[in-house]
Design a protein around this ligand. Structure first.
Ligand SMILES: *[C@@H]1O[C@H](CO)[C@@H](O)[C@H](O)[C@H]1NC(C)=O
Ligand SMILES: *[C@@H]1O[C@H](CO)[C@@H](O)[C@H](O)[C@H]1NC(C)=O
Ligand SMILES: *[C@@H]1O[C@H](CO)[C@@H](O)[C@H](O)[C@H]1NC(C)=O
Ligand SMILES: *[C@@H]1O[C@H](CO)[C@@H](O)[C@H](O)[C@H]1NC(C)=O
Ligand SMILES: *[C@@H]1O[C@H](CO)[C@@H](O)[C@H](O)[C@H]1NC(C)=O
Length: 448
């Protein structure tokens, strides 16, 4: 996490802080990005309690926290699931409450890819038509048939049927993610046991841990763009991605996966850390196991409400004075905060963009600073875990009113899918995105 404490000092020194806060913070972030030493954060600055009484505040803390009423979830026109043991695809259409099996006629592989993506998976693993005679069905089971040549996400194109004329239904398997195979053996505690966060990666430069990351697929890891930017002059061959680790002393520099390409988001801003995500493509695929696996992305349109109990993990600082980073992977539960509150004058004074979200506590508990830059913020959803945020920035550590700020993964789904879909990288795109040794190409973002 980038510490933007400098802004706090300027702010607490003068009145009119609400106006200057945003400017100061942005400037602080800009300066901070040049000065980041990910291991040695500057000492925490004074809390900005003085600003809370400022009469010029447009919005008080209590107002801010009452402002944002949760929106009622709109029923989706079409929902999908593949939860059954036999991976049969089911669709729920419009106001119907039941799940229909999908007839194979009219089906297209492209629709399968779209459905897997909408469910938060990076890939389609396979699909096939399954003989109805081969499966056990409830006698009241109904089917849905897709009108050919129309997108599958509109209600009108699904026609309920009593049976499928082809006698076959669609079985769809999306790439696995979000599971913790060893979960039943995990006991609580501060230091994470192996397999507790199987997607947690350590991104190293030489033998030095620089950032956290999250595994999305055997070839793909997501981290923060500012991590890569800070070390953009490093040779590509010096980067490694280590997975399945809980203790850093077990790290063997040469054993990590080599990085083939570093792809920062083309709109990443060093000024305010907007679009703070980067994808790492690995030269050789990770070997998935009980302790190494992918995390799921948020499903399409999925909103995690404020107060959701999510988890941040990392080897980041375990004490507010930023002097120690832990040998063991740490984790902490951090509730999601409302963006309105977090963007209010009491917290980050307008510094948040729509690509950011906040999680943690306003009373200055230490938890939020345990994440290290680029690491995962994950939220449980049914039986799986979804990557909701990427550790980005914050002011100080464990200071009141300064929770952690994360890149909001839901805003990057299209970019992640387009970028990780190798075959879709057009020549024009890849010339922008491909890393030319030894430097990272920053695409549209000029390096000054
Ligand atoms: C469905 O099952 C029948 C009987 O087992 C078989 O003859 C037929 O080839 C199967 N159809 C497909 C598409 O697998
Ligand atoms: C069949 O499905 C209906 C509704 O979907 C359910 O209420 C019923 O219990 C099911 N019966 C069996 C035998 O699974
Ligand atoms: C659906 O049709 C297939 C063959 O067309 C038949 O074998 C099957 O029993 C039918 N299923 C139902 C639930 O009517
Ligand atoms: C995965 O396993 C293969 C075979 O054991 C090995 O060659 C490869 O280096 C491993 N990949 C990683 C990233 O460790
Ligand atoms: C935060 O506040 C600033 C200034 O009022 C505004 O420009 C920005 O859009 C807000 N961010 C979000 C995510 O609402």
């Amino acid at each position: 996490m980038i510490d933007v404490s400098q802004a706090g000092r300027w702010c607490s020194a003068r009145r009119g802080c609400a106006v200057l806060g945003a400017l100061g913070l942005l400037a602080g972030v800009g300066v901070g990005s040049w000065l980041i030493v990910l291991y040695l954060w500057p000492a925490a600055s004074q809390p900005i309690s003085g600003t809370l009484q400022d009469k010029e505040m447009p919005l008080g803390c209590s107002e801010a926290s009452n402002e944002e009423a949760p929106l009622p979830a709109l029923p989706r026109p079409v929902s999908f699931r593949t939860d059954r043991e036999d991976f049969l695809l089911e669709v729920r259409v419009g106001a119907r409450s039941d799940w229909l099996l999908v007839c194979h006629e009219g089906w297209s592989p492209a629709l399968g890819v779209r459905i897997c993506r909408s469910l938060g998976h990076l890939r389609l693993t396979y699909y096939k038509g399954v003989n109805l005679t081969d499966i056990k069905l409830n006698s009241s089971q109904e089917f849905a048939q897709l009108s050919p040549r129309l997108g599958g996400f509109l209600e009108d194109v699904w026609q309920p049927r009593n049976n499928c004329t082809s006698g076959r239904v669609v079985s769809l398997k999306c790439s696995e993610c979000g599971a913790r195979p060893l979960a039943s053996r995990i006991v609580g505690g501060q230091a994470a046991a192996p397999g507790r966060w199987p997607w947690h990666a350590s991104v190293t430069l030489g033998s030095r841990h620089t950032c956290g990351g999250s595994v999305l697929a055997p070839h793909w890891v997501v981290t923060a763009a500012h991590c890569m930017y800070s070390f953009r002059l490093s040779r590509l061959s010096s980067w490694r991605v280590h997975t399945g680790l809980v203790s850093h002393s077990a790290l063997r520099p040469h054993q990590g996966a080599m990085v083939e390409r570093i792809i920062p988001h083309p709109f990443y801003s060093t000024q305010n850390h907007d679009y703070d995500v980067a994808l790492l493509r690995l030269r050789t695929p990770l070997n998935f196991s009980d302790t190494v696996g992918a995390v799921c992305l948020p499903a399409e349109e999925q909103r995690f409400p404020r107060g959701s109990q999510c988890w941040v993990s990392g080897w980041g600082h375990t004490d507010p004075s930023h002097t120690h980073s832990s040998d063991m992977l740490q984790d902490a539960v951090v509730p999601l905060l409302s963006t309105q509150l977090c963007n209010s004058s009491c917290v980050y004074s307008g510094a948040l963009t729509h690509r950011m979200l906040c999680a943690g506590y306003l009373d200055g508990r230490a938890d939020a600073c345990q994440g290290d830059s680029g690491g995962p913020l994950v939220c449980p959803d049914g039986g799986i875990w979804r990557l909701v945020g990427v550790v980005s920035w914050g002011r100080g550590c464990a200071e009141p009113n300064h929770p952690g700020v994360y890149a909001k993964v839901a805003e990057f789904l299209d970019w992640i899918h387009d970028t990780t879909q190798d075959s879709l990288l057009s020549p024009v795109f890849s010339s922008i995105l491909t890393v030319h040794q030894p430097h990272v190409s920053w695409g549209l973002q000029q390096v000054h």
